[in-house]
Design a protein around this ligand. Structure first.
Ligand code: HEM
Length: 404
């Protein structure tokens, strides 16, 4: 029920629409940061800057504050906590393969996770306490349009039919923060422990977005003709000195195909959320026993030569004029999963990824640092709960147009 509540509040079309200006503002902050790097001809870590943007979008929707900072020297304590939390849940753990060893916690992963999740919950508690004080000192109720997710939760808590308590609020906030890849893992823990749902949101919504943008940029830098084609499309639609708006995305079929192609080759959550077989079931001649954990390998489906022509090539053209979408009905392409557990953040993620990518491509030309040629770009993947680029993508933004 809580999961439904969080998803309904955060990802309803009204909320997505209401937070449009916020996304634009955060992406503009990204562009401003990049233009400073551009002046200094400095390479930027694409994953890091996309992560900060995604984190700030989510943290503003939840608490109306920026929790991320582009300047790594200035990196906020909270950002470190989210990263630490993600690392602790993302570490491969022997107990996943030998559950009877879980209580030993041989790698210390459970301990690290408890500690980092405890620190995150402490921060949420501070936000909550401060908001309660602020609310009680207000003479006039906040305007509905200026309420964030925390306000809505507190209203629910203080309403006539109190349906939610502070533990549940913390839990929901963590879910909201898991807007990165690792929410996947947390979600599986939730299945087991049925608590701490809030961690999901932050974890699920940040890393997934940033790794998608990083892979898209890596593929484009490795395929200069595709890069030119997508930039030409954006330039043509927006004009020389225009303002990119979210509504422009629908006019950019090639950009949309680039994003789909990125999801096909680099799904942020390669095994989706774990499923459990409710009964013994036979699939394609294999018996899956009741209670078995089932992983769906969307990474492999995306590269299956029986489904895709030239499966390892980055060819966005394959999607042009086709109806294939990522909404969970075309089983050859399900980067957000499918069915009851499909990613509730899909509408927000699709807007954020397209907006970030289009802004990077519209505002700057890009080159690889230190004379690295596109053919030498390394695309090594590190597998975990999410597929990361082993070596972060560094790229230099070059001035293309005036920044508004
Ligand atoms: C490119 C971005 C994203 C990708 C690729 C992605 C992918 C996924 C996938 C594959 C799942 C599991 C679905 C399944 O097993 O059927 C999932 C679940 C989830 N996602 Fe995302 N996600 C993204 C962004 C977001 C964002 C922005 C949010 C929230 C703001 C979010 C929140 C969640 C939550 C809460 C779950 C767990 C749902 C449940 O437990 O039922 N995700 N996501």
């Amino acid at each position: 029920m809580l999961r439904k509540l969080s998803a309904t509040q955060l990802f309803s079309p009204q909320c997505i629409q209401a937070t449009k200006a916020l996304r634009m503002k955060k992406v503009q902050e990204l562009v401003n940061f990049l233009s400073e790097s551009c002046e200094r001809e400095e390479a930027v870590d694409i994953s890091h800057v996309s992560f900060v943007t995604a984190l700030n979008i989510i943290s503003n929707i939840l608490f109306s504050v920026n929790l991320g900072s582009y300047d790594s020297k200035n990196s906020s304590a909270f950002q470190e906590m989210v990263i630490g939390y993600q690392e602790s849940i993302g570490n491969p753990d022997l107990a996943n393969f030998f559950p009877f060893m879980r209580f030993l916690d041989l790698q210390g992963n459970s301990k690290k996770m408890r500690e980092s999740s405890g620190r995150l919950l402490q921060v949420f508690r501070e936000f909550y306490d401060a908001r309660i004080v602020e609310k009680s000192s207000r003479s006039v109720e906040k305007d509905v349009s200026s309420k964030d997710f925390l306000d809505v939760l507190i209203d629910l808590q203080q309403g006539d039919e109190t349906e939610i308590n502070i533990d549940e609020i913390e839990h929901l906030l963590l879910v909201s923060l898991s807007l990165v890849h690792n929410m996947i893992y947390i979600s599986s823990l939730i299945l087991i422990y049925n608590r701490r749902m809030c961690q999901d949101m932050f974890v699920a919504g940040t890393d997934t977005n940033s790794s998608t943008v990083e892979w898209a940029m890596a593929e484009l830098l490795g395929n200069p003709k595709t890069m030119t084609k997508v930039q030409d499309e954006i330039n043509h639609v927006i004009g020389q000195n225009g303002d990119f708006q979210e509504s422009d995305i629908s006019k950019l079929p090639y950009l949309k195909a680039v994003v789909k192609e990125t999801f096909r080759l680099h799904p942020a959550a390669p095994f989706l959320l774990q499923r459990k077989a409710e009964t013994n079931v036979e699939i394609l001649g294999f018996t899956v026993l009741k209670d078995s954990q089932v992983l769906v390998n969307v990474w492999a489906i995306g590269r299956d030569p029986l489904v895709w022509e030239n499966p390892t090539h980055f060819e966005p053209e394959r999607f042009l004029g086709k109806e294939i979408d990522v909404k969970g009905t075309d089983y050859e392409l399900t980067p957000f999963g499918a069915g009851r557990r499909i990613c509730p953040g899909l509408p927000l993620a699709m807007k954020t990824v397209h907006l970030m990518l289009a802004s990077l491509l519209y505002t700057f030309e890009w080159k690889l640092p230190n004379g690295v040629g596109s053919e030498d770009l390394d695309m090594e993947e590190t597998f975990g709960l999410t597929v990361h680029k082993t070596n972060p993508l560094l790229a230099v933004p070059l001035k293309k147009r005036a920044i508004n």
